[in-house]
Design a protein around this ligand. Structure first.
Ligand code: GLC
Ligand code: CA
Length: 556
């Protein structure tokens, strides 16, 4: 396997709107991020992924871009951005941004021009099609609900939007558009960006016949992603993108891949793959409802363990996956992957350990390092996220009481992860001196950075030790390139694995159950213990006893 500069790095996802507000308007901004760079460096982050900060009407929180060359004023200016780049360089850190080029905003000038003349030059930057007998061109249901086709007022044309109607899909078959997109990507890379997180990329290749799907609901529509499964050839588009952009800069790319076909892993993340890495969503999608959030199910430990072992084993001869427990589209990992009885400091540290030491690139999401948790709201008005509002109504239509529908949102809403970062126990958690754009989680008085900095045994200080171990001179190589092998697979509620590289082997053993577990191991001496989330470790001659939610990292 060819070595790349980013293989041994730790990434940290910033949701800029909720990270740190420097000017009191209630919206996090670039100067706020600059203020916190030392904090991030000290934590152990190398690569910072910024969620979209481009000019946008914010219908989908910046994933609707109206100008790819501008920073949205709410985040600051291009000068601020350049300063952020310079300040990260000084600290040996890297910045990557979201690349959202499956669609843009309906306010983008391309789309505005296209609307005026769907048959003209810019019309072909998008997918404008005539309706069928007064109906949309096909029965696709968009990801955010309702038809994926929006009628153009005063014409027979509809345009395709796989997400919200304010996010028209870009036509990747148009060469002139593709040249414009490549130029833009290269412009950012020239500026010094280290790479991109590539948004919703599997959606770029469409069935150009736009055939109807088998309806899967009473609305007579079919989920638009099912169309993707019927087409081949996305790989050629992705190769073209890579050759014209990333490859020339050795850029780091991490893709959001939703619908990969079987046996394509090496095309995607092999030595010459389309991308550097891609997220492992195998645990993220567990429990997803068949019809919507309302019929989703709690995640079972056995499934969590099984899917992660499987993807670890599948990728180690191929490339690197990016490992997460949460992101801006999901609830907090602590609430999802830990049973209620384990949502304490020990459990949170344990979950972090098993995730961060997997083979792959660890991506921490802001607030994960202090164990931030979901936030229950009393009314749907307190939510901002477009998909939460839609899923709330879906639940009501399915017969849920408003209270029950709210409880569903409290568990699954994307806003759970988008609440302001909890810096201290002062007003608004130290995030802003103004009114935060999204209400702070009231638990900030208990869970915040300041308190955890001062407390030696806090989750935050533990995460620092964990990342430092992963990056230490002695163990960096084994945690980066070491093979993964599951351990104690037959033991209930034990998540354990070995990482081995030549003569160095490290074992991670975690007890997800609420009872003590004794496991057979050869004698361990104290100096073999590299990390332990509890104060003590109980070893016997040929076994080790783990307390509930205890995790230990030991070398052989
Ligand atoms: C990705 C983003 C998500 C966004 C969607 C549309 O899934 O992560 O936040 O809503 O793409 O751009
Ligand atoms: Ca601000």
């Amino acid at each position: 396997m060819e070595k790349k500069w980013w293989h041994d790095k730790v990434a940290y996802q910033i949701y800029p709107k909720s990270f740190k507000d420097s000017n009191g308007d209630g919206i996090g901004d670039l100067r706020g991020i600059i203020e916190k760079l030392d904090y991030l460096k000290e934590l152990g982050a190398d690569i910072l992924w910024l969620c979209p900060i481009y000019k946008s009407p914010f219908v989908d929180q910046g994933y609707d871009i109206s100008d790819y060359y501008k920073i949205d004023e709410s985040f600051g200016s291009m000068e601020d951005f350049d300063e952020l780049l310079a300040e990260t360089k000084k600290r040996d850190m890297y910045v990557i941004m979201d690349l959202v080029i499956n669609h843009c905003s309906d306010q983008h000038e391309w789309f505005q021009k296209a609307l005026k003349d769907p048959e003209g030059e810019f019309g072909d930057y998008f997918y404008f099609r005539k309706g069928k007998d007064g109906n949309p061109p096909s029965n696709y249901r968009s990801y955010f609900g309702g038809s994926a086709w929006e009628k153009v007022a005063g014409s027979d044309y509809y345009y395709l939007h796989m997400f919200a109607k304010q996010q028209p899909d870009l036509n990747w078959n148009n060469e002139k558009l593709m040249r414009e997109l490549y130029t833009m990507v290269n412009w950012w890379l020239e500026k010094g960006l280290a790479g991109f997180r590539i948004d919703a990329i599997m959606n770029v290749k469409k069935d150009m016949e736009f055939k109807d799907l088998e309806p899967d609901g009473e609305d007579g529509l079919g989920e638009v992603w099912r169309m993707l499964e019927t087409v081949d050839g996305v790989g050629e588009m992705l190769e073209d993108l890579k050759r014209n952009t990333f490859e020339k800069y050795q850029a780091f790319t991490v893709a959001e891949v939703s619908t990969m076909k079987k046996d394509e892993l090496s095309d995607f993340i092999g030595d010459n793959g389309h991308f550097g890495t891609m997220f492992d969503f195998s645990a993220t999608v567990l429990g997803n409802g068949e019809h919507g959030w309302y019929d989703s199910k709690p995640i079972q430990f056995d499934d969590f363990r099984r899917v992660l072992y499987r993807s670890q084993l599948a990728c180690q001869d191929v490339g690197f996956l990016a490992n997460i427990i949460e992101n801006h589209d999901s609830p907090r990992g602590v609430n999802r992957f830990l049973p209620e009885y384990a949502r304490n400091d020990a459990g949170i540290k344990m979950l972090g350990t098993v995730s961060v030491l997997l083979r792959g690139i660890p991506f921490l999401y802001q607030g994960q390092e202090i164990g931030m948790q979901n936030c229950q709201r009393d009314s749907i008005e307190e939510y901002d996220d477009i998909s939460t509002i839609q899923e709330y109504h879906k639940a009501l239509e399915a017969g849920f009481e408003p209270k029950e529908a709210l409880a569903v949102c409290g568990q699954i809403s994307r806003d759970n992860a988008r609440t302001p970062m909890q810096w201290d126990d002062g007003e608004n958690a130290g995030f802003t001196r103004g009114t935060p754009w999204l209400k702070t989680n009231p638990n900030y008085r208990r869970i915040n950075v300041k308190e955890q900095m001062e407390r030696e045994d806090s989750v935050l200080n533990y995460y620092k030790r964990l990342l430092a171990l992963r990056k230490s001179d002695l163990y960096r190589e084994v945690f980066t390139y070491g093979r993964f092998a599951p351990l104690f697979e037959m033991e209930e509620k034990i998540f354990a694995y070995e990482r081995r590289l030549e003569n160095t082997a490290v074992r991670v053993i975690a007890n997800f159950s609420c009872v003590e577990k004794t496991l057979p191991v050869d004698y361990l001496s104290g100096d073999q213990v590299l990390l332990n989330n509890l104060e003590e470790i109980w070893v016997q001659e040929r076994s080790i006893t783990l307390r509930p939610f205890q995790v230990v990292v030991v070398r052989s």
